[in-house]
Design a protein around this ligand. Structure first.
Ligand code: SAH
Length: 338
């Protein structure tokens, strides 16, 4: 490599770094566009920023500058007359099934955004940045802020849109008569499982403040909602206990308390189904970004296969199978150790 090449590479590496460093305006600009529902407002055709600003009560010149910045990333495009239009990326911010709007809303909201300013605290102490920023634990915050609770549940529901079909394709739920989804949120995953398995019934179990909306839909009356604290108990009498994205929220001793309650409920037979990202020993994987997100928010972490295996064993389960899905999630199947 000659000196010139070195310099060019050095400059482009630095430019790449500056791009990474400047992520904040990008995330917040997408968030604001999502919050103002700009993509929905352009569904009928292009509009000037002034017109959009009038519709949403924004400051016209500033909205124009925001949208102009987003066109640089191919989110919206601007024609010669200064009208903004949808692009394929902008289209994902339209509301409705399969949308990315809920994720953009959640990630940039001031109350979730604030934790990132405290990431240094997490790295120095091991404590969640969220708790430093808000003076309370994440799920306590959600319990006392219904609007925050709603965007979080919406986020989980939206993220599930691609995960649910991947889980259903990867795993055969037909042997089960009754399934409890522990920390099942609004209940979308269990509703989808029951829809595919007409002889099964189930219970979506989560904190009282969670609206288990999928249960209201019924799945022919086979999906019930139950509220409670999984550290106290989980509903008894099922032959499968499903925990998706639960254990990664908690440190080992708390994860063990949840699993111990499942172990008591399962009795001598039954199946434990833990759905999580499994951190590979080497190589790139989505679990590593998810892990930093979790670390900033909650006392938990993403785990390796070996870590799951010892967690299962400590709770009285044997890890029988790891079933990969087309999504970054893996289904970890366990049975009671006899
Ligand atoms: N399984 C869902 C939601 C995962 S988020 C999905 O994958 O989309 C974690 C869930 O655990 C939240 O819905 C939260 O309300 C629930 N949760 C947290 N603490 C809980 C507790 N002590 N008892 C019951 N549910 C709890």
């Amino acid at each position: 490599m000659n000196d010139h090449d070195k310099e060019t590479n050095g400059a482009s590496t630095r430019a790449r770094m500056l791009e990474l460093v400047h992520a904040a305006p990008t995330v917040q600009a997408i968030h604001v566009a999502a919050r103002l529902g700009i993509a929905d407002r352009l569904a009928g055709g292009p509009k000037h920023a002034e017109e959009l600003a009038r519709e949403v009560g924004a400051h016209g010149p500033s909205l124009r500058r925001l949208l102009r910045f987003l066109t640089d990333m191919d989110i919206f495009e601007e024609d010669a007359s200064g009208r903004f239009a949808l692009t394929p990326l902008a289209d994902t911010l339209r509301s409705g099934p399969g949308s990315a709007r809920g994720v953009a809303l959640h990630v940039g909201e001031p109350w979730t955004w604030r934790k990132w300013g405290e990431l240094h605290h997490t790295v120095m102490t091991g404590e969640p940045a969220f708790e430093k920023a808000h003076g309370m634990r994440f799920f306590d915050y959600l319990a006392t802020n219904p609007a925050a609770r709603a965007t979080f549940d919406e986020l989980m529901t939206e993220l599930s849109v691609t995960q649910i079909p991947a889980i259903l394709r990867a795993y055969d739920f037909s042997p089960f008569r009754r399934i409890v989804d522990v920390g099942g949120g609004r209940g979308g995953l269990l509703a989808a499982i029951l829809a595919q398995n007409p002889s099964a019934s189930g219970v979506v179990y989560d904190a009282p403040e969670v609206e288990k909306t999928a249960a209201a839909g019924g799945v022919g009356g086979r999906l019930e909602a139950a509220s409670g604290d999984f550290f106290a108990s989980v509903p008894p009498g099922a032959d499968a206990y499903l925990l998706k994205w639960i254990l990664h929220d908690w440190r080992d001793e708390d994860a063990l308390r949840i699993l111990a309650n499942c172990r008591r409920a399962i009795g001598e037979a039954g199946t434990l189904l833990v759905v999580e990202m499994v951190v590979p020993e080497h190589g790139r994987h989505d679990s590593k970004a998810e892990d930093v997100f979790v670390m900033a928010t909650l006392p938990g972490r993403e785990r390796t296969e070996a870590e799951f295996r010892s967690l299962f064993r400590a709770a009285g389960f044997r890890l029988t199978r790891l079933v990969p899905t087309e999504s970054p999630l893996t289904i970890l199947e366990g049975e009671p150790e006899r």
